[in-house]
Design a protein around this ligand. Structure first.
Ligand code: SF4
Length: 389
């Protein structure tokens, strides 16, 4: 058997058993059976590096909340495919390949991650019963699809985490994609920097590969996912620096999460640090109504206030972040709110849309206190015929 590399050994030593959470005092004996069941439905795994960032004396530690299963996950209301990804897959006809917008093809190359975010909107991929079903089976078929669609100028490799693929496999994969002339951007949706920065710093071959496929007119982007400033450590700084020196462009997306970053000070600190470290704050998303993630959701009215408070006073580079609802119909940007005749209203704009006619369209609706999502706004037309192209 091939020898494991340093990062693979580290990954192997992740905390993966509910009993380990009990031993650390993070769950009660009476909760163990329920947590075991949750773990079967949606596994958990915490890398030794990330475990080292958690204050294990604090059951409400924000980083612990991100990766450790909670008894609240027993509430399975919500959906497992809020973004209509099954439909996007059918658009391509190729497993593990989705196309929602004409310029972008999304590929799901692997059904595993470094750690499992409890609010993940693709948690259905990791359930042992379906694991692998929606994953890319045949790179050749996916490439043929991309070659047949010259409108595709960027490929998004995403979660499961594409950096879980070993470098020798990634090399074959990426070199093939690079041969398609109209694909200009290769984008990784990854939490490698958050959960295991040694995957980057201990693998010079990976850095060489990224340098090889990163040209002045054909770039590689890492769209990272940091939700809290405690995740931005010295190790992350070193790994980011190595990536930047290899020509990779770094951006970040976050999610509004109850108990993690529902404070303007935390978010301001996060956006400021990201901009200073060369990781562009790109999107912050309203949390979707995923099964078992209800305890993370924040009403829209509160997210709007958080966003305004957090971004007030930021420099222009830190303020590039957009507040987005990633809806079935497209990416809806939240522009802000205002009082009208004693009632709070929300203003939205289609940033991207399945139905191209909607792109750029500005919408306004009354904003009730208990609206969590676009569809909760009074007067929203959720007729799917309007939302498809
Ligand atoms: S790393 Fe991404 S795909 Fe993986 S569990 Fe977290 S949010 Fe989901």
């Amino acid at each position: 058997m091939a020898e494991l590399s340093k990062w693979q050994v580290e990954l192997k030593n992740s905390i993966r058993k509910p009993a380990d959470l009990l031993a650390r005092g993070m769950i009660r004996e009476s909760e163990l059976a329920a947590i075991e069941k949750i773990h079967e439905y949606f596994p958990f795994s915490i890398t030794p590096y990330y475990a080292g960032l958690i204050n294990w004396d604090n059951p409400n530690d924000p980083l612990l909340r991100i990766v450790a299963p909670s008894i609240d996950e027993q509430d399975r209301s919500g959906s497992l495919d809020v973004s209509g990804e099954a439909e996007n897959t059918q658009n391509t006809g190729e497993e593990g390949t989705q196309m929602k917008y004409p310029s972008t093809v999304l590929m799901l190359p692997i059904p595993v991650c470094f750690a499992y975010c409890r609010f993940c909107f693709r948690k259905r991929l990791f359930n042992p019963e379906v694991k692998g079903e929606e994953i890319l089976k045949n790179l050749g078929d996916a490439l043929s699809f991309i070659k047949d669609h010259p409108s595709v100028n960027n490929i998004l490799l995403t979660g499961g985490d594409p950096l879980m693929i070993k470098t020798s496999m990634l090399r074959k994969f990426l070199r093939e994609i690079r041969k398609v002339p109209h694909v200009k951007i290769i984008r990784f949706g990854t939490r490698v920097l958050t959960f295991l920065p040694s995957r980057i710093t201990s693998d010079p071959e990976l850095l060489d590969l990224l340098k090889e496929i990163s040209e002045h007119d054909k770039r590689v982007y890492f769209v990272n996912h940091f939700n809290h400033p405690n995740e931005l450590t010295e190790e992350v700084g070193k790994a980011s620096d190595s990536l930047i020196k290899s020509g990779v462009i770094l951006a970040n997306q976050s999610v509004f999460l109850r108990g993690v970053n529902d404070s303007p000070e935390i978010l301001r600190d996060l956006f400021n640090k990201l901009a200073a470290w060369g990781i562009t704050p790109y999107y912050i998303f309203q949390c979707k109504f995923i099964k078992g993630s209800g305890h993370f959701r924040i009403p829209l009215i509160e997210s709007c206030d958080l966003f305004d408070d957090a971004t007030r006073g930021l420099n222009g580079l830190a303020k590039r972040v957009k507040f987005i609802m990633a809806h079935f119909s497209g990416k809806i940007e939240v522009l802000g709110t205002e009082m009208r005749s004693g009632e709070r209203w929300i203003f939205l704009k289609y940033h991207q849309a399945r139905n191209e006619a909607l792109i750029g369209k500005v919408l306004s609706f009354p904003l009730p206190e208990q609206a969590y999502w676009f569809d909760d706004l009074p007067g929203v037309n959720t007729d799917p015929r309007l939302q498809r192209s």
